[in-house]
Ligand binder design. Sequence first.
Ligand code: NAD
Length: 309
Amino acid sequence: MKALVTGGAGFIGSHLCDYLVANGHEVTVLDDLSTGSMANLHQLDGAIRFVHGSILDQDRVEECVRGQDTVFHLAAAVGVHTIVDRPLESLRTNLTGTENVVEAAVRHGARFTVASTSEVYGKNDSPGLREDADRVLGSPLKSRWSYAAAKGLDELLAYVHGQKSGLPCVILRFFNVVGPRQTGRYGMVVPRFVAQALEDAPITVYGDGTQRRCFGSVFDVVPAIVALLDTPTAHHRAVNLGGVEEVSIKGLADRVRELANSRSEVSFVPYTEAYGPGYEDMQRRMPDISLATELIGYQPEYDLDRIIT
Ligand code: NAD
Protein backbone atom coordinates (compact mmCIF):
# COMPACT_ATOMS: atom_id res chain seq x y z
CA MET A 1 0.00 0.00 0.00
CA LYS A 2 0.92 3.66 -0.32
CA ALA A 3 0.23 5.05 3.13
CA LEU A 4 0.29 8.42 4.85
CA VAL A 5 0.93 8.34 8.60
CA THR A 6 0.05 11.64 10.25
CA GLY A 7 1.89 11.94 13.56
CA GLY A 8 4.39 9.40 12.22
CA ALA A 9 7.27 10.95 14.18
CA GLY A 10 5.42 10.28 17.42
CA PHE A 11 5.43 7.25 19.65
CA ILE A 12 2.75 4.99 18.10
CA GLY A 13 3.17 6.53 14.63
CA SER A 14 6.89 5.74 14.40
CA HIS A 15 6.29 2.10 15.38
CA LEU A 16 3.54 1.94 12.78
CA CYS A 17 6.02 3.28 10.17
CA ASP A 18 8.54 0.59 11.18
CA TYR A 19 5.88 -2.07 10.74
CA LEU A 20 4.65 -0.75 7.39
CA VAL A 21 8.15 -0.43 5.92
CA ALA A 22 9.09 -3.91 7.20
CA ASN A 23 6.05 -5.23 5.35
CA GLY A 24 7.04 -3.59 2.07
CA HIS A 25 4.72 -0.58 2.05
CA GLU A 26 5.51 2.92 0.79
CA VAL A 27 5.22 5.42 3.64
CA THR A 28 4.87 9.20 3.87
CA VAL A 29 4.88 10.92 7.28
CA LEU A 30 3.28 14.29 8.01
CA ASP A 31 4.30 15.63 11.41
CA ASP A 32 4.92 19.08 12.91
CA LEU A 33 7.35 17.62 15.50
CA SER A 34 5.46 19.30 18.35
CA THR A 35 5.64 16.21 20.57
CA GLY A 36 7.23 13.82 18.08
CA SER A 37 10.88 13.71 17.08
CA MET A 38 13.02 12.89 14.05
CA ALA A 39 15.03 10.61 16.35
CA ASN A 40 12.00 8.27 16.36
CA LEU A 41 12.44 7.80 12.61
CA HIS A 42 16.22 7.73 12.18
CA GLN A 43 16.15 3.94 11.61
CA LEU A 44 13.98 4.62 8.53
CA ASP A 45 16.30 7.22 6.95
CA GLY A 46 15.91 6.93 3.19
CA ALA A 47 13.06 4.40 3.52
CA ILE A 48 10.19 6.87 4.02
CA ARG A 49 9.24 10.34 2.84
CA PHE A 50 9.02 12.84 5.70
CA VAL A 51 7.01 16.07 5.38
CA HIS A 52 7.42 18.62 8.16
CA GLY A 53 4.09 20.37 8.51
CA SER A 54 0.84 20.65 10.36
CA ILE A 55 -2.47 18.91 9.81
CA LEU A 56 -3.91 22.41 10.24
CA ASP A 57 -2.30 23.40 6.94
CA GLN A 58 -4.84 22.29 4.33
CA ASP A 59 -2.44 22.62 1.40
CA ARG A 60 0.16 20.45 3.14
CA VAL A 61 -2.47 17.84 3.99
CA GLU A 62 -3.72 17.83 0.40
CA GLU A 63 -0.19 17.43 -0.95
CA CYS A 64 0.48 14.52 1.43
CA VAL A 65 -2.79 12.64 0.89
CA ARG A 66 -2.74 12.91 -2.92
CA GLY A 67 -1.71 9.55 -4.42
CA GLN A 68 -2.12 7.54 -1.20
CA ASP A 69 -4.46 4.59 -0.93
CA THR A 70 -4.40 4.53 2.89
CA VAL A 71 -4.29 7.22 5.60
CA PHE A 72 -3.44 6.45 9.22
CA HIS A 73 -4.41 9.58 11.15
CA LEU A 74 -2.53 9.61 14.46
CA ALA A 75 -1.44 13.26 14.72
CA ALA A 76 -3.03 14.98 17.70
CA ALA A 77 -2.33 17.27 20.61
CA VAL A 78 -1.76 14.64 23.33
CA GLY A 79 -0.75 14.33 26.96
CA VAL A 80 -2.55 15.71 29.97
CA HIS A 81 -0.07 18.58 30.34
CA THR A 82 -0.43 19.72 26.73
CA ILE A 83 -4.19 19.59 26.91
CA VAL A 84 -4.50 21.32 30.27
CA ASP A 85 -1.89 24.00 29.47
CA ARG A 86 -2.98 24.73 25.89
CA PRO A 87 -6.66 23.79 25.65
CA LEU A 88 -7.60 25.97 22.68
CA GLU A 89 -4.64 25.03 20.53
CA SER A 90 -5.28 21.37 21.40
CA LEU A 91 -8.92 21.64 20.40
CA ARG A 92 -8.02 23.22 17.06
CA THR A 93 -5.50 20.48 16.27
CA ASN A 94 -7.83 17.69 17.31
CA LEU A 95 -10.94 19.04 15.58
CA THR A 96 -9.90 21.08 12.54
CA GLY A 97 -6.80 18.95 11.93
CA THR A 98 -8.82 15.75 11.84
CA GLU A 99 -11.44 17.34 9.60
CA ASN A 100 -8.69 18.35 7.16
CA VAL A 101 -7.18 14.86 7.08
CA VAL A 102 -10.45 12.92 6.83
CA GLU A 103 -11.87 15.21 4.13
CA ALA A 104 -8.68 14.91 2.07
CA ALA A 105 -8.74 11.10 2.45
CA VAL A 106 -12.32 11.01 1.17
CA ARG A 107 -11.53 13.41 -1.70
CA HIS A 108 -8.70 11.13 -2.84
CA GLY A 109 -10.54 7.84 -2.28
CA ALA A 110 -8.12 6.63 0.42
CA ARG A 111 -9.26 4.29 3.18
CA PHE A 112 -8.50 5.68 6.62
CA THR A 113 -8.16 5.10 10.35
CA VAL A 114 -8.61 7.73 13.04
CA ALA A 115 -6.93 7.46 16.44
CA SER A 116 -9.38 7.94 19.26
CA THR A 117 -9.03 7.27 22.95
CA SER A 118 -10.47 5.54 26.01
CA GLU A 119 -11.17 9.09 27.26
CA VAL A 120 -14.33 9.11 25.13
CA TYR A 121 -15.86 6.82 27.77
CA GLY A 122 -15.58 9.78 30.17
CA LYS A 123 -15.36 9.57 33.93
CA ASN A 124 -18.83 8.27 34.45
CA ASP A 125 -18.85 6.82 37.96
CA SER A 126 -21.36 9.28 39.45
CA PRO A 127 -25.10 8.53 39.84
CA GLY A 128 -27.49 11.16 38.44
CA LEU A 129 -26.58 13.94 36.05
CA ARG A 130 -25.50 17.28 37.42
CA GLU A 131 -24.63 20.39 35.42
CA ASP A 132 -20.97 20.01 36.37
CA ALA A 133 -20.83 16.32 35.42
CA ASP A 134 -17.60 15.16 33.85
CA ARG A 135 -19.52 13.83 30.91
CA VAL A 136 -20.42 17.32 29.73
CA LEU A 137 -18.24 17.24 26.65
CA GLY A 138 -15.69 20.00 26.56
CA SER A 139 -16.74 21.62 29.81
CA PRO A 140 -14.49 24.69 30.11
CA LEU A 141 -13.92 23.81 33.76
CA LYS A 142 -12.50 20.42 32.92
CA SER A 143 -10.15 21.09 30.07
CA ARG A 144 -8.78 17.54 30.11
CA TRP A 145 -12.16 16.37 28.96
CA SER A 146 -12.09 18.78 26.02
CA TYR A 147 -9.64 16.26 24.57
CA ALA A 148 -12.31 13.57 25.00
CA ALA A 149 -14.91 15.82 23.41
CA ALA A 150 -12.71 16.56 20.41
CA LYS A 151 -11.87 12.88 19.95
CA GLY A 152 -15.57 12.00 20.27
CA LEU A 153 -16.37 14.44 17.47
CA ASP A 154 -13.46 13.03 15.43
CA GLU A 155 -15.08 9.62 15.74
CA LEU A 156 -18.37 11.00 14.47
CA LEU A 157 -16.64 12.80 11.61
CA ALA A 158 -14.82 9.62 10.57
CA TYR A 159 -17.97 7.54 10.91
CA VAL A 160 -20.18 9.85 8.85
CA HIS A 161 -17.55 10.38 6.15
CA GLY A 162 -16.90 6.65 6.02
CA GLN A 163 -20.59 5.84 5.70
CA LYS A 164 -21.26 8.55 3.13
CA SER A 165 -18.28 7.76 0.92
CA GLY A 166 -18.40 4.00 1.41
CA LEU A 167 -14.63 4.05 1.98
CA PRO A 168 -13.25 1.61 4.55
CA CYS A 169 -12.50 3.39 7.81
CA VAL A 170 -11.77 2.24 11.36
CA ILE A 171 -11.90 4.21 14.61
CA LEU A 172 -9.20 3.08 17.03
CA ARG A 173 -9.86 3.59 20.73
CA PHE A 174 -6.43 3.31 22.33
CA PHE A 175 -6.14 2.56 26.05
CA ASN A 176 -2.75 3.50 27.64
CA VAL A 177 -0.42 2.23 24.94
CA VAL A 178 3.19 1.95 26.15
CA GLY A 179 6.59 1.07 24.70
CA PRO A 180 9.99 2.35 23.59
CA ARG A 181 10.14 5.99 22.37
CA GLN A 182 7.20 7.07 24.51
CA THR A 183 8.24 10.12 26.42
CA GLY A 184 7.23 10.97 29.99
CA ARG A 185 7.38 14.69 29.21
CA TYR A 186 3.67 15.10 28.56
CA GLY A 187 2.34 13.18 31.55
CA MET A 188 2.62 9.52 30.41
CA VAL A 189 3.04 7.52 33.58
CA VAL A 190 5.17 4.49 32.62
CA PRO A 191 8.08 6.34 30.96
CA ARG A 192 7.99 8.95 33.76
CA PHE A 193 8.24 6.28 36.48
CA VAL A 194 11.00 4.43 34.59
CA ALA A 195 13.05 7.64 34.19
CA GLN A 196 12.62 8.48 37.88
CA ALA A 197 13.57 4.93 38.94
CA LEU A 198 16.68 4.88 36.76
CA GLU A 199 17.83 8.14 38.38
CA ASP A 200 16.98 6.89 41.90
CA ALA A 201 14.76 9.99 42.13
CA PRO A 202 11.39 9.93 43.94
CA ILE A 203 8.72 8.13 41.90
CA THR A 204 5.84 10.59 41.96
CA VAL A 205 2.41 9.02 42.16
CA TYR A 206 -0.46 11.46 41.58
CA GLY A 207 -3.38 10.94 43.99
CA ASP A 208 -3.25 8.05 46.46
CA GLY A 209 -2.13 5.46 43.90
CA THR A 210 -5.16 3.20 44.33
CA GLN A 211 -6.48 4.13 40.86
CA ARG A 212 -6.18 1.15 38.51
CA ARG A 213 -5.13 1.05 34.88
CA CYS A 214 -4.29 -1.44 32.13
CA PHE A 215 -1.25 -0.93 29.91
CA GLY A 216 -0.95 -2.29 26.37
CA SER A 217 2.22 -2.78 24.38
CA VAL A 218 2.72 -0.80 21.18
CA PHE A 219 4.04 -4.06 19.68
CA ASP A 220 0.62 -5.68 20.19
CA VAL A 221 -1.30 -2.61 19.07
CA VAL A 222 0.49 -1.69 15.81
CA PRO A 223 -0.20 -4.93 13.87
CA ALA A 224 -3.81 -4.69 15.05
CA ILE A 225 -4.18 -1.21 13.51
CA VAL A 226 -3.27 -2.57 10.08
CA ALA A 227 -5.23 -5.82 10.50
CA LEU A 228 -8.42 -3.93 11.39
CA LEU A 229 -8.24 -1.79 8.27
CA ASP A 230 -7.77 -4.98 6.22
CA THR A 231 -10.87 -6.57 7.81
CA PRO A 232 -14.19 -5.53 6.19
CA THR A 233 -16.24 -6.46 9.28
CA ALA A 234 -14.23 -3.86 11.26
CA HIS A 235 -15.05 -1.02 8.87
CA HIS A 236 -17.13 1.90 10.17
CA ARG A 237 -16.71 0.70 13.73
CA ALA A 238 -14.93 1.93 16.86
CA VAL A 239 -12.62 -0.74 18.28
CA ASN A 240 -10.86 -0.79 21.67
CA LEU A 241 -7.12 -1.60 21.61
CA GLY A 242 -4.95 -2.01 24.69
CA GLY A 243 -3.94 -4.39 27.43
CA VAL A 244 -6.19 -6.06 30.00
CA GLU A 245 -3.82 -6.72 32.91
CA GLU A 246 -4.98 -4.38 35.67
CA VAL A 247 -2.54 -2.72 38.07
CA SER A 248 -2.85 0.08 40.62
CA ILE A 249 -0.60 3.09 40.00
CA LYS A 250 1.11 2.45 43.36
CA GLY A 251 1.58 -1.20 42.27
CA LEU A 252 3.06 0.02 38.99
CA ALA A 253 5.50 2.32 40.84
CA ASP A 254 6.61 -0.59 43.06
CA ARG A 255 7.05 -2.91 40.07
CA VAL A 256 9.07 -0.32 38.11
CA ARG A 257 11.28 0.23 41.17
CA GLU A 258 11.90 -3.51 41.54
CA LEU A 259 12.59 -4.14 37.87
CA ALA A 260 14.99 -1.17 37.71
CA ASN A 261 16.65 -2.29 40.93
CA SER A 262 16.21 1.30 42.08
CA ARG A 263 16.59 3.01 45.46
CA SER A 264 13.79 5.49 44.61
CA GLU A 265 11.16 6.26 47.23
CA VAL A 266 7.52 6.41 46.13
CA SER A 267 6.03 9.83 46.92
CA PHE A 268 2.40 10.91 46.62
CA VAL A 269 1.47 14.22 44.97
CA PRO A 270 -2.11 15.57 45.20
CA TYR A 271 -3.80 15.77 41.81
CA THR A 272 -4.42 19.48 42.29
CA GLU A 273 -0.68 20.10 42.73
CA ALA A 274 0.12 18.15 39.57
CA TYR A 275 -2.68 19.40 37.32
CA GLY A 276 -4.24 22.46 38.96
CA PRO A 277 -7.42 23.11 40.97
CA GLY A 278 -10.43 20.89 40.61
CA TYR A 279 -8.61 18.01 38.92
CA GLU A 280 -9.43 14.43 39.85
CA ASP A 281 -8.65 11.24 37.99
CA MET A 282 -10.91 8.26 37.50
CA GLN A 283 -10.46 5.23 39.74
CA ARG A 284 -10.48 2.56 37.08
CA ARG A 285 -10.05 2.21 33.34
CA MET A 286 -10.03 -1.17 31.68
CA PRO A 287 -10.90 -2.02 28.09
CA ASP A 288 -13.18 -4.77 26.92
CA ILE A 289 -11.17 -6.08 23.97
CA SER A 290 -13.58 -8.80 22.90
CA LEU A 291 -14.59 -6.94 19.72
CA ALA A 292 -10.96 -6.72 18.52
CA THR A 293 -10.52 -10.40 19.43
CA GLU A 294 -13.62 -11.35 17.47
CA LEU A 295 -12.65 -9.24 14.44
CA ILE A 296 -8.93 -9.99 14.09
CA GLY A 297 -8.06 -12.48 16.87
CA TYR A 298 -6.41 -9.68 18.91
CA GLN A 299 -4.78 -11.14 22.04
CA PRO A 300 -2.13 -8.99 23.77
CA GLU A 301 1.09 -10.97 24.17
CA TYR A 302 3.11 -8.50 26.23
CA ASP A 303 2.56 -8.63 30.00
CA LEU A 304 3.31 -5.70 32.33
CA ASP A 305 6.90 -6.73 33.15
CA ARG A 306 7.74 -7.09 29.47
CA ILE A 307 6.12 -3.72 28.74
CA ILE A 308 8.13 -2.00 31.50
CA THR A 309 11.46 -3.53 30.51
P1 NAD B 1 2.73 11.33 20.27
O1 NAD B 1 2.69 12.68 20.89
O2 NAD B 1 3.98 10.57 20.40
O3 NAD B 1 2.29 11.40 18.75
C1 NAD B 1 1.52 12.45 18.20
C2 NAD B 1 2.26 12.98 17.00
O4 NAD B 1 1.44 13.97 16.37
C3 NAD B 1 3.59 13.66 17.36
O5 NAD B 1 4.61 13.18 16.53
C4 NAD B 1 3.31 15.14 17.11
O6 NAD B 1 4.49 15.86 16.77
C5 NAD B 1 2.29 15.06 16.01
N1 NAD B 1 1.44 16.25 15.91
C6 NAD B 1 0.83 16.93 16.91
N2 NAD B 1 0.15 17.98 16.42
C7 NAD B 1 0.35 17.97 15.08
C8 NAD B 1 -0.08 18.80 14.01
N3 NAD B 1 -0.85 19.89 14.22
N4 NAD B 1 0.31 18.48 12.75
C9 NAD B 1 1.10 17.39 12.51
N5 NAD B 1 1.54 16.59 13.47
C10 NAD B 1 1.16 16.87 14.74
O7 NAD B 1 1.50 10.50 20.91
P2 NAD B 1 1.05 8.99 20.70
O8 NAD B 1 0.93 8.41 22.05
O9 NAD B 1 1.89 8.32 19.68
O10 NAD B 1 -0.42 9.21 20.14
C11 NAD B 1 -0.80 8.91 18.79
C12 NAD B 1 -2.32 9.00 18.67
O11 NAD B 1 -2.92 8.03 19.53
C13 NAD B 1 -2.91 10.35 19.09
O12 NAD B 1 -3.98 10.65 18.22
C14 NAD B 1 -3.44 10.12 20.48
O13 NAD B 1 -4.51 10.97 20.80
C15 NAD B 1 -3.86 8.67 20.39
N6 NAD B 1 -3.86 7.99 21.70
C16 NAD B 1 -2.71 7.52 22.25
C17 NAD B 1 -2.75 6.85 23.47
C18 NAD B 1 -1.52 6.29 24.12
O14 NAD B 1 -1.67 5.59 25.10
N7 NAD B 1 -0.32 6.53 23.63
C19 NAD B 1 -3.97 6.68 24.13
C20 NAD B 1 -5.12 7.19 23.54
C21 NAD B 1 -5.06 7.81 22.31
